[in-house]
Design a binder for this molecule. Structure first.
Ligand code: DGT
Ligand code: CA
Ligand code: CA
Length: 571
């Protein structure tokens, strides 16, 4: 659905710039609405256009219609280019800072002549921002925090963006007749953000492999072409490195180019102690240079007296020591997942109906699926009033009859209010099969207040899962601060699972927090929070995040078989 994302992001930027220009509210809103609707489409907008149904897409009026056509035909929008030219380029970056929307950016520009991130940083450091009407010390601190956050993310893309691209290139190489092909680097380790994509091929036909690689239709530019390594830039700017090694070295090269660098450094010093040398061609005896391993990764690790371990574990966080002792833990994997406990249907802000979601769950071989639409106070998410939620429960029970292949659970994603109360009467909460509690408002409180708020919500015995516990959005905002240790302890004591939200922008809990949860004995629940059928596929990212935290399947709520889950939820 690349076209949808692209069209939506262009329209979104148009809306930002119109707002910066102080254009009419209605115009700005029209662009935002169209962007949102297009991003949520389950069908490729280009196919819709080709069928001649573009005008049936909600939010696409006549003016926007022509712009969408232009984007689909030419890959860009002249109107956006013109708008961009009205502003200093740096101002667009200023708007990337969390908490700085077009209105704030416009004021910073007019009143302080801030035109780029550097200006903004200086102004905040020199306390010139707090002098503006309506801005305070706190705003200034938040801006500095936001800038640091942006700087730390510079030039990296989300795992969810890189993964499909990497997989497509891998498939492309397989179709060209190469059998030994793998992702490498941070993408194989499934880090939450990726610098560049690495691909490895084992083949004696190096030239043919390089030709096949650069012939992929999405390649925009060949940056470097050598005998063993070729680097390209895809049309969307993503850089990909491909390396080709002899089949007999494939395992050693895969181990080497998977990294992480820290893992490899530790491996090499261990090898040295054993009188061995490891590089991308194999494992060699220092004494006589004889090669003792290299064809497979298992063999490379075994030559060092180690067990093989999943790539997600290779961050030098103690895995090498475990592998030497033969104690690599079994970590959760995609086939262990029996269902998804956080899904939105068209009843709130999702796109698909319960029937379509149930069918998709059946197709994935899931045992169960919880429909968890938003609760009443989340008006931006079209939250359900008590009456509508009751109706929805009935609706889910009816749809269940048509889908005997999967157990449907009637749940809700219930708002946690500022004081830690829940957004439905206790009677309704008890009626629900699954309660996923979530914070979507009042982010700005002290860590002490936020901790109390979460503890209060966790103490409600109807709560089963705490959704996206930290609230962070990668590249946009840090999570709200709270005492993670206390919240984990309360989750454990109250039998509440902490969510690992699989949305590429969230991955919340993150990998390190998953590891802490595992050490503390806290159950996690890996959910997609899908708003349409397609997003059920995001499960792979949440599972990878849990694997990076070495979470075993036994600590994952939705790895339980149906009968055990039923007991656990008191159904
Ligand atoms: P990224 O691309 O920034 O998300 O991170 P990686 O881990 O993919 O790093 P990248 O693309 O620079 O290199 C791919 C792998 O190659 C890396 O994970 C480990 C290996 N590698 C690269 N440079 C070195 C190095 O200087 N020493 C060692 N031991 N390994 C390296
Ligand atoms: Ca890389
Ligand atoms: Ca690379």
């Amino acid at each position: 659905m690349e076209n949808n994302a692209k069209v939506a992001s262009i329209l979104e930027e148009v809306a930002d710039l119109l707002e910066l220009k102080e254009d009419t509210f209605f115009k700005v809103r029209a662009y935002r609405r169209a962007a949102k609707e297009i991003a949520a489409l389950t069908e490729d907008i280009k196919d819709i256009y080709i069928r001649g149904h573009l005008d049936k897409v909600p939010g696409v009026g006549r003016a926007i219609h022509d712009k969408v056509v232009e984007i689909l035909r030419t890959g860009q929008l002249q109107y956006l280019n013109d708008l961009r030219n009205e502003f200093p380029a740096g101002l667009l970056q200023v708007m990337q800072v969390p908490d700085i929307g077009p209105k704030t950016a416009a004021r910073l520009y007019k009143e302080l002549r801030i035109t780029n991130l550097q200006d903004l940083k200086e102004a905040a450091e020199q306390h010139r921002i707090r002098m503006l009407k309506g801005f305070g010390e706190k705003t200034e601190e938040n801006i500095l925090k936001g800038i640091r956050y942006l700087e730390s993310r510079q030039g990296r893309m989300l795992l969810g963006y890189a993964f499909p691209r990497g997989r497509a290139l891998e498939d492309h190489m397989r179709k060209q007749g190469f059998a030994l092909v793998s992702l490498g680097g941070s993408l194989r380790r499934m880090k939450e953000t990726i610098g560049d994509i690495d691909i490895l091929v084992g083949s004696s036909e190096g030239e043919r492999a390089m030709d096949a690689f650069v012939s992929h239709p999405n390649v925009a530019e060949v940056l470097l072409r050598g005998e063993t390594k070729t680097s390209i830039r895809l049309q969307d700017g993503v850089q990909v490195d491909m390396r080709v090694v002899a089949p007999s070295s494939f395992g050693a090269a895969l181990q080497y180019f998977t990294g992480s660098k820290e893992h490899n450094v530790n491996m090499r010093s261990l090898a040295n102690e054993l009188g061995l040398k490891v590089n991308e061609y194999g494992v060699f005896r220092l004494a006589d240079g004889a090669r003792v391993a290299g064809e497979t990764e298992e063999e490379v690790y075994a030559a060092l007296g180690m067990q093989w371990m999943p790539p997600e574990m290779r961050e030098n966080r103690g895995e090498i020591e475990l592998a030497r002792k033969g104690q690599v833990p079994k970590v959760v994997d995609l086939p262990d997942i029996r269902g998804d406990l956080h899904i939105h249907s068209e009843a709130s802000d999702g796109v698909d109906g319960v029937g379509a979601l149930a069918a998709a769950a059946e197709a994935r071989g899931y045992d169960y699926l919880a429909i968890t639409d938003h609760s009443q106070s989340l008006t931006v998410g079209n939250g359900l009033s008590v009456e509508r939620m009751l109706e929805n429960i009935g609706h889910i029970r009816t749809v269940q009859e048509e889908h005997p292949g999967v157990h449907l659970l009637a749940g809700a994603e219930v708002e946690i209010d500022a004081k830690g109360g829940l957004d439905y009467p206790q009677g309704l909460l008890e009626e629900l099969d699954v309660v996923v509690a979530a914070v979507h408002s009042h982010f700005k409180m002290t860590p002490e207040e936020m901790t109390e708020r979460l503890l209060s919500a966790l103490s409600n015995e109807t709560v089963d899962v705490l959704a996206h516990p930290t609230g962070r959005i990668i590249g946009e905002r840090e999570g709200y601060g709270f005492d993670m240790e206390r919240v984990m302890r309360a989750a454990k004591d109250n039998g509440v699972a902490l969510e690992v939200n699989s949305f590429p922008e969230r991955l919340d809990l993150n990998d390190v927090q998953c590891a802490i949860a595992r050490e503390r004995g806290v159950t996690v629940c890996i959910n997609t929070d899908a708003h349409n059928v397609r997003q059920l596929d995001n499960m792979v990212y949440g599972v990878a995040t849990a694997r990076r935290g070495w979470v075993p399947p036994g600590m994952v709520l939705n790895a339980l078989p149906w009968t055990a889950l039923k007991d656990r939820l008191d159904l």
